[in-house]
Structures are given as C-alpha cells and as structure tokens.
Design a protein around this ligand. Structure first.
Ligand code: HT7
Ligand code: ZN
Length: 863
C-alpha cells in the first residue's frame, strides 16, 4: 500500500453547495439516498470515496448513469466528466448490524449511531470524504417508531411526523446551517431516556441541552450536564466563544472506538466518559467526564467552525482543544495539580512514543491509515506547543491571536501555518522558528550546568539536543521557553525568570548568593523536554522542601525517586546489593514534610506520595530487564511505607469521610490522599492494611474507595482475593462500566497460574470481545499494567497478547492497531525479550493483517 503524503495535497476539484441525505434505517439493510448540488472548480474528475457499501444508482441532473459512465472500485467512485454545475444523486445500501469496525453507521445496544471521523462517512455513502470539502447538510431519517422513537442528527430539527404510507414508521428532518465536512456528520436513532436542561448564552440566547442515555440512566448524566454548562460559560469568559445552534445534544453509546466525538450539535460519547454516580464511578471518572465534555464542546469552535484542511493538520484542532480543556480543568480544579496530571500523561505516553519507533512530528507528513495518528503526540504534545505559544507571547497577545484566528478563519478548513500566522499578526512576533516544533519529532533534551564565575557570581548554561528519530536524522534547535528561579532553604531567592533558548546553547548569569541554594528549572514544565542537570541529591531535597513553584516541588521528588528506582533496578539485575542509600531517607523525610505542610492540598500531597511508574523510569534507561525495574519500583513504595508507616496510618484515619459523597476537587483530593496512604501501607504487606482494606471495601458507599480497597487487597494477595473478586463481580453484574473496572483489576493483578488466568478470562462468557471498552480493560490493562505477566521470560505474555491483537484485527482494525502500540517500548527491553517481541511482530506481519495493524507492526519493527 502507498502512503498519503502532505506534499501531495491538492485542493478539491468540486464544491458541494448543499447536501440532502435521506436514510431509510433498517438494521441489516439501510438505504441512503443523497442529493448534492455540485459546482465544478477545476476540469478534473469528481472522486467520491466509498467502502463496504452497495451502490444502487447514480444520477446526474435526474439522468441515471450507465455502468460505463463511471469507474468504481473497492475504495472510490469516479465521475470522469461532470457538467460545470449539476445535481448528483446516489443511492447506496449498507449493513449497520454487521459493522463491527464501529466506523460509519453501526448498531450499538440496538440503536443506530455513527462515527465518521476520520474516514467513516465513506462507509455510509459515496462522497468526497475529505475535511476541506464543507457543505450545508439537511438530513431526513426514517425508522420504526416503536424501536427507534428518537431520530437525531446535526443542527436544528425542522420537521417530524408519521410516514403516511408506511404503518409504524416515522421520520424527522434536521438542518445544520453551518457548513461542515463529512467527518462531523452524525445520526442517532433509538430509545433513550433524556436528561434536559438549558443554557443562556452571553448574548441572551436560550439553548436547550439534552443528554440521551440508556433507559434508567438519566441521573447518571447529571454530572456531565453540569460540566457542559460550566464549559459553555468558561468558553465565553476565557476565549470569547458563544454557542451557535439552537440546540445542543449529547448521546452516550456503549460501543465506541474512542472517548467521544464532537459532531456538530450532536456529540456522541463512549458511555464510560459520560455516565457517573457516586456508587459506580471513581473520582478519576468524574474528572475525565468533566474534561472530555469540555473538550468536545470546545471543538465547536476549535475544530468545527474552523476545521482542518487535511488530516496532516489534525493537531490544529486536537492540540488546541486539548490545551483549552486543560486550562478549563486547571480553572475548575487547581493549576498545580492539573499541571502534574497533564505532565504525567505526557511523560507516560507521549515521551515514550517520541523516543520509540512510532515517533512522528506533531504535524506528520505521511501516513498509511490516519486512524493510527490519533496519538499522544498529536494530542498531548500538540497541546504543549500551544501552551509554549502562550508562554512566549504572554496571556494578552495569546488571546488576541486566538480571537483573530477564529475571526479570520471562521467557516474554513485551515492549516497550522494559517493558525500561527494569526498569532504572528496579532503579536508582531516572528514565529518562524516556532514552526519547527510542528515539524520535528523527538523530545529535545535540555542540559543545564552551573558554573561559578568571578566574585562568586554564577552562570547557568542551557544546551539543547534532540536524538534522531525514524526518518529524521538531522535535528535543528527549537525555541524552548525556560522558566527558572533561585531557591534557598526558606524559599525564593530571586524572581522567576523566563529565558528563551533559541540556538543550541545560551547562558544566563546571576550574582553571588551567600547561602546554600539551588536552581528550580523548567517551572510548571514550561517546555516538553527532558532535563539533564547537575543537581545533586541535596539540591533535589532543597527543592522538594522549599521550591515556591508547587509543580517543581513535585518534580524534584519525582527526579529523586527515578534515580532511586533506576539504581535499585540495576542492582537487582546485576545481583549486587546496593549500599544503604542516604538519599532514600532524605526523600522520605521530605515526603513527610510535605504531608504535614498545611499550605498544600491533599490532591497535591497524593501526587507527591506517588513515585513515577516503572514505565516512566524505563524511558531514562538504555535497556533494562522490565521485571527488575518493576521489582525496584515496588521496593521504593515498600520503603516509603516502612519509613512513614505511622504517619500514613494516622493520615488514613484522619481523612475518613465525614459527609456524603461529593465529586468536587477538594473531596476527591481527600480520597486520593487517603487511598494513597492505604496503597503504600499495602505495598509493605502490612497486616493492618488488609484489615483496613477489608473494612473499607465493605463499608464504602462510593466507587473510588471501593475500588481502591479492592486494589489494595489484590496487592496484598492471599486466598481471600478470589472470593473478594467474585463478590465484587456479583455485586456489579448488571453494570457494564463497573465490570470493565473488574476486568482491569483482573488484568493487572498477580495470578497464581500466570498468563493462563487472563487467557481464561478472554474465553469466559463475561468477556465481550466486540466491545472496545472491555477489550481495552482486559487486553490493554494486561499489556500496559501487568509487567510481571506481560514480560514473562517464557514469552507467554507476548504470545497471548499478539493472539488477542490478531483476533481483534479481524473485527476492529482500529482497536487492534492501538493495542499493538504496547510493543513500542520493545527496544528498551533486554536482548532476550527483544528477540521474542521481534518474533511476535513478524508473526503479525505474516498474518495478512489490516492496513492499520500492518502500519503499526512494520513501523514498530523498523521494517
Ligand atoms: N475528534 C475525535 C476523534 C475520534 C476518532 C478518531 C478515530 C476513530 C474514532 C474516533 N472517535 C472520535 C475525538 C476528539 O478528539 O475529540
Ligand atoms: Zn478532540
């Protein structure tokens, strides 16, 4: 297969001035009739994409075309010669009930729904399925009234009623006045309960808000509704964006490939990111719901009103919108804690991607399957670029650039260059070098060295370098905004400074300081880089205790913990007992100091008490035995548990619930810290932790505490684990979202009979191999969260995982390709494991997989 290249982009040859779609919805044979007003822009053939649909007829200006009048293959319909302006009519039939890819029109839980981004619309009808072809859509839906009482599509409903000549059928007609590309099209038909509310916009327009959920679940959408109203307000206040249609709808579906989708006026959500109540959802679920509801809503401007010219520009809407949702969450829940969460996610997923075989620029220039490019690099690193833009320009000039972008580009399909040009125009700043961030893959390394110069004054040298990435051997310097500050034992010894590193190195000087001090570098993580400094353990301990920048206080602890884990992993691997480490004692004392500090909130303290995951530590190492690394990571948690046992126990009791469940940040922070204390106690196999967990499991009235107790018990092990797991399953048997959690816990826990236990779960009737949430929970959870089993030296973990990927590939290539990403770290593994992973990747390639899986397998292998 040939890749699609950015450099091959050509503008559309035809304009579609209006589109009328008529759906006759039947589960196994839905007919779609389109009527499109077309204007030819260049004397070229009209190419209409189409996949897995039966073409019944094509008409131009009412005249049926003969088979010889057009070319048709598996992927497209080509009309070689078209009039200058004409009406195109196409009739196709598709089978939504057999559509296991969950792209295009499919059936989930007996309801019709669609997913068109990126290239799903072509599974519905023949159409120029590219984001720069925008049109005004009118859609008629017809279906059985008893089974599908609600008929929804984009925009505003202009008509509905019974179909006069067909008993039991009804119809609805929807019109969306805003031109949009096909990827933003959506329809939904089925039976739902509706949660209704409304929002009055800044110009006084009254907008009904409706959330459609499975019957009986309306109360579980209340938090999402509240988040939606807060998002609408926030976007008005912070970005000056007002909602535009007369109605806003969200629908929850159980079978969905991604988190959610921003279809114009009709967002469709994976139910796991919409439904929540105290008993069945964790604080993390509430937090994710808030941020994803905001994210999809914010797309109404950054994505829908201004969309992308082509899929290479994906970061234009995704990076900007992630940045917007991160800022929203920071305002709702607190800046430092939000920044820590965002940086943890960036490091955990994006840095690994950037350092491995799948590394690609934030704006890639080639792809086989665009579905494979919904990556952490496009989303999370894309958001970091916007954050740096704001840091460099300052808040006011950033807002002016954003206002100009929305004004100038409204109603168009834009490029990254056009976006940046608006910020240049509004700020007067030259952002030519900034564009390199979009073009260059890989995480820059920022090296920082201190030097004493005359009369005790000091100089800091900042230097940058970026390692080669696949297909990009040469790297040029990027512009790196570095926030830094001098810190003494009692806090700041200088104002925070901002230095822009534009070349490969620069230095700054500061005067003599007559007390011990350290330099706090990259405060608030002012750029997405890795840091290499000459900071000593004493420096890190000073920063842990006194840095005025809360983010960097946490960061100093993480750096120290990373060193401790890496040293221990090396010792385990080589069989040499490490010397008693004084850094460990200092680290734990600093943790205790933060734990006791009334100036910090509980959520922050919980993060400080969480050492980096072994997957993160792996990134700083060349090659490592993953089991040794996991053991080292467990060792550090155990050591913290040992050294702080009494404090953790006291804190656990002091943080007990005193009121009914509330999902707010403060209450969630309290639960997070309390459960963190429990986890640390459990990691030292403390018998008291078993008692506390057991009591918490039986007495808790919210899922956060219930699940934390269950996880602590599985960590503690022992015979009661099996019965506890079964009791939990029985209790929640009727709630699929909680059962997904059960499957995740099963995936990540230690099983006496190893990988076989996970294999058996995939064969049990409890498992749903067609449902992405369930597959992600079990197979994804196993590969990403159970290093002991996944990396077993007999290769059984890798073998089982590959079998699952191939099995999934036969039904849903997108999900299969995504799962396969778990192998992206394989070059960090020891030689023996590398050989085994290579074997599995070769097996995948030899199995004639989908294009999605083939692309990931070949790139991972470096083929
Ligand atoms: N813009 C949405 C992307 C999306 C998607 C992409 C590929 C396959 C399925 C999908 N479902 C949703 C999500 C977002 O970023 O808002
Ligand atoms: Zn998005």
């Amino acid at each position: 297969p040939t890749p699609t290249l950015l450099e091959d982009y050509t503008p559309p040859s035809h304009e579609l001035t209006s589109v009328y779609l008529d759906f006759d919805l039947q589960p196994s044979a839905t007919s779609v009739r389109s009527k499109i007003d077309v204007k030819r822009l260049r004397d070229e053939p009209l190419v209409l994409n189409g996949e897995n649909i039966d073409l019944r007829s094509v008409k131009i200006d009412g005249k049926v075309l003969k088979r010889t009048d057009y070319k048709l293959d598996q992927e497209k319909l080509v009309l070689a010669k078209t009039p200058e302006s004409f009406v195109l009519e196409i009739e196709t039939v598709c089978d939504p009930s057999a559509n296991s890819t969950l792209m295009g029109l499919y059936v989930s839980g007996g309801r019709f729904c669609t997913q068109c981004e990126a290239e799903g619309f072509r599974r519905i009808t023949y159409y120029p399925d590219r984001p720069d072809v925008m049109s005004v859509f009118t859609v008629r839906l017809e279906a059985d009234i008893a089974t599908y009482p609600y008929l929804l599509a984009n925009g505003n409903k202009i008509e509905d009623g019974a179909v006069s000549d067909k008993t039991g059928r009804h119809y609805a007609i929807w019109h969306d006045p805003f031109p949009k590309p096909a990827y933003l099209f959506a329809l939904v038909a089925g039976e739902f309960d509706v949660l209704e509310d409304s929002f009055t916009t800044m110009s006084g327009r009254h907008i009904p808000l409706e959330i459609y959920v499975d019957p009986g679940n309306a109360s579980k959408a209340e938090y999402a509704m509240d988040a939606l109203k807060r998002s609408m307000k926030w976007d008005e206040q912070v970005f000056g964006r007002e909602y535009d249609l007369d109605l806003f709808m969200i629908v929850a579906v159980r079978d969905f490939n991604f988190g959610a989708m921003e279809n114009k006026g009709l967002n469709i959500f994976n139910s796991s990111l919409l439904l929540a109540d105290a008993a069945s959802a964790t604080d993390m679920n509430f937090e994710r719901i808030e941020s994803v509801v905001a994210h999809e809503y914010f797309h109404n401007w950054s994505g829908n009103r201004v969309t992308c010219r082509d899929w290479f520009q994906l970061c234009l809407k995704e990076g900007f919108t992630v940045f917007r949702d991160q800022e929203f969450s920071a305002d709702q829940r607190g800046g430092a804690v939000q920044r820590i969460k965002d940086v943890r996610a960036l490091r955990g997923r994006q840095f690994a991607e950037d350092a491995g075989p799948l590394a690609h620029p934030v704006r890639p220039n080639a792809y086989m399957k665009i579905d494979n490019f919904y990556t952490a690099t496009i989303y999370e690193k894309g958001a970091e670029l916007i954050r740096m833009l704001k840091t460099i320009l300052g808040a006011e000039r950033f807002r002016a650039g954003s206002d100009l972008y929305f004004k100038k580009m409204d109603g168009t399909a834009a490029t990254v260059e056009q976006f940046i040009a608006c910020f240049e125009e509004a700020s007067g700043e030259d952002l030519t070098q900034f564009m390199r961030w979009y073009e260059q893959a890989g995480t820059p390394k920022l090296k920082v060295l201190r030097e004493t110069i005359s009369q005790g004054a000091h100089r800091i040298h900042f230097m940058q370098s970026t390692k080669p990435t696949p297909g990009q051997s040469e790297k040029s310097p990027v512009v790196i905004p570095i926030r830094w500050q001098i810190v003494g034992d009692n806090g700041a010894l200088s104002e925070p400074k901002l230095t822009l590193l534009t070349g490969s190195g620069t230095s700054v000087t500061y005067p003599r300081i007559d007390e011990p001090y350290s330099v706090s570098i990259l405060q608030d993580f002012s750029a997405p880089v890795t840091l290499e400094t000459d900071a000593t353990t004493d420096d890190l301990l000073r920063l842990m205790g006194a840095d005025p920048n809360a983010f960097n206080r946490w960061e100093a602890g993480q750096t120290l913990a990373r060193h401790l884990i890496a040293n221990m992993a090396k010792a385990i691997e080589t069989g040499v007992t490490p010397p008693a480490d004084t850094a460990l004692k200092g680290y734990c004392e600093a943790l205790k100091k933060t734990l006791d500090d009334p100036d910090f909130n509980n959520a922050f303290k919980a993060f400080v008490l969480t050492p980096p995951a072994s997957s993160e530590v792996m990134q700083s190492l060349e090659q490592v035995d993953p089991i040794a690394l996991h053991e080292a990571s467990k060792w550090l948690s155990r050591a913290i548990g040992d050294l702080l046992r009494d404090d953790l126990l006291d804190r656990y009791h002091a943080l007990a619930d005193t009121h009914d469940f509330r999902p707010d940040a403060r209450s969630a922070g309290r639960r997070a810290l309390r459960n963190r204390c429990l986890a640390l106690l459990a990691s030292r196999q403390d018998p008291l932790a078993a008692t506390l967990s057991q009591t918490q499991l039986s007495e808790s009235t919210n899922m956060t505490d219930e699940l934390a107790a269950l996880m602590a018990l599985t960590r503690l092990g022992g015979q009661r684990v099996e019965t506890t797991m079964e009791d939990f399953y029985t209790k929640w048997e009727s709630d699929p979202l909680v059962l997904d959690k059960w499957f995740s816990v099963q995936a990540m826990r230690r099983h006496a009979d190893g990988v076989h236990a996970i294999e058996q779960l995939t064969e049990s009737s409890r498992y749903q191999r067609n449902n992405p949430n369930r597959v992600r929970a079990l197979v994804g959870g196993f590969a990403m969260g159970n290093p002991e089993l996944f990396h077993r030296i007999d290769g059984s973990g890798y073998r089982f995982f590959t079998d699952q990927v191939l099995d999934m590939d036969s039904r849903n290539p997108q999900i299969a390709a995504r799962l396969l990403g778990a192998f992206e770290i394989w070059k960090k593994l020891d030689d023996r494991r590398q050989d085994m992973v290579r074997g599995e990747l070769e097996r995948v390639i030899a199995s004639n997989p989908s294009k999605n899986v083939l692309e990931i397998a070949e790139k991972t292998l470096g083929a």
